[in-house]
Design a protein around this ligand. Structure first.
Ligand code: NAD
Ligand code: ZN
Length: 360
């Protein structure tokens, strides 16, 4: 099929306080008393009774706290799946991810790997998943990545950082409760929010652009401008708007692609473990030749919120290290083609990429 037949999240709840409905939403999905609901929750909420007290665990249900300090790995997914199989009498009724992109991606990947043989690394790529995943629910607690709406779960494997892109990846249910994002630290709010902004710029300036992507992208970009540049919004309004910007930004790239900032940020992440949001910011700051308008506004937003990005993160790298990052970045061919067109290989060279990395 030359036109993608794209699955979307079939059910979504939106509203402040809507997390209160979690038990009601899940109850009809329970398969048996032996089939638990398993909650993967960012360990930042470990002692947070405000959030945890609203989850009622029955039978074999359990909460697994996971740190978001590092981005998800294929080996981590395999381990989580193995633990579930060892500890449960039956396959789970559902997997619920509560957190940022890290936790949402882990929940998606675990729900896929519970019903598909082998290891998570075998499924990094496009449309390699054979069996439908376990029912899975995404509840974001920080906004920007669009992981709540996307058809991918981004994992770092032994050989590559690449998503499991499949029709079975999107959540069956999403709960968008902006109140859950109220305690996100300011820097992290900016980095993850900028992921959304960069999705919009890369999608809207890309050669893959079409009206489907453009409409979502424009909506998300307008919201980002309001959130990050204007002063008249209350905290609640900002949180609600960023939650929807993330959703629309995710929808925008679903039917197009991201671009150079993402390709290069994957290189940083693979070699140095730089996290997605901050990595995108570090790269995007140097891409004025490719996204002049987008970078100009980015710098204004950065100044307005007094964000100081790390400098010199590539200062001590060897030629071999640069090669590794360049290889990772160039392996993401659709991103370059989207950014620069079909003959992108004539426009961008390894030397140009190295010079850019050396500035970071
Ligand atoms: P994250 O999940 O890594 O979390 C960032 C930090 O914010 C963590 O320290 C976390 O503990 C903290 N945090 C989250 N919610 C909080 C809250 N309510 N209060 C206080 N602290 C909170 O951040 P992210 O930027 O959302 O996600 C990055 C990940 O998303 C990367 O692994 C990236 O690859 C992935 N990603 C996936 C997609 C996709 O479509 N699947 C798209 C973009 C990025
Ligand atoms: Zn992104």
């Amino acid at each position: 099929m030359s036109y993608k037949n794209f699955p979307m999240v079939p059910r979504v709840i939106f509203g402040r306080g809507s997390f209160n409905q979690i038990n009601e939403v899940l109850a009809p999905k329970r398969l048996s008393i032996n089939a638990p609901f398993i909650y993967f929750i960012d360990d930042v909420f470990k002692n947070n009774t405000w959030l945890l007290s609203r989850i009622s665990l029955s039978y074999e249900d359990r909460i697994v706290f996971v740190s978001a300090k590092e981005e998800p790995k294929t080996s981590q997914v395999d381990q989580l799946v193995e633990n579930i199989i060892l500890e449960s009498k039956a396959l789970p009724s559902g997997i619920i991810g509560i957190g940022g992109g890290t936790l949402l991606d882990l929940a998606k990947a675990v729900s896929i790997m519970l019903t598909n043989e082998g290891e998570a690394k075998d499924y990094q790529g496009w449309d390699l998943v054979k069996n439908p995943a376990i029912y899975h629910v995404g509840i974001p607690t920080i906004s920007g990545t669009g992981a709540e709406v996307s058809r991918t779960t981004v994992l770092t494997g032994p050989e590559k950082k690449l998503g499991i892109n499949s029709d079975f990846t999107p959540f069956d249910q999403v709960i968008l409760d902006s109140e859950l994002t109220k305690d996100v630290p300011q820097n992290q709010w900016f980095y993850t929010g900028m992921d959304c902004y960069i999705h919009c710029i890369e999608s809207l300036t890309g050669t893959y652009l079409n009206t489907f992507s453009e409409t979502y992208g424009t909506m998300a970009l307008d919201l980002c401008k309001e959130i990050f540049m204007e002063d008249n919004l209350s905290d609640e309004e900002m949180q609600e708007k960023l939650m929807m910007a993330s959703w629309h930004g995710g929808m925008s790239i679903a039917y197009s692609q991201v671009g150079i900032a993402h390709a290069m940020s994957y290189g940083l992440s693979y070699l140095l473990g730089t996290k997605h949001g901050i990595g995108n910011c570090i790269v995007f700051d140097h891409l004025e030749d490719y996204y002049p308008e987008g970078v100009k506004l980015f710098k204004k937003m950065k100044a307005k919120h007094k964000i100081e990005l790390p400098q010199g993160i590539c200062a001590d790298l060897s030629d071999k290290d640069f090669d590794t990052m360049i290889n990772v970045a160039f392996s993401l061919e659709p991103l370059w083609e989207n950014a620069l067109g079909k003959s992108w290989k004539k426009t961008i060279t390894r030397a140009k990429l190295k010079a850019l990395y050396q500035k970071m």
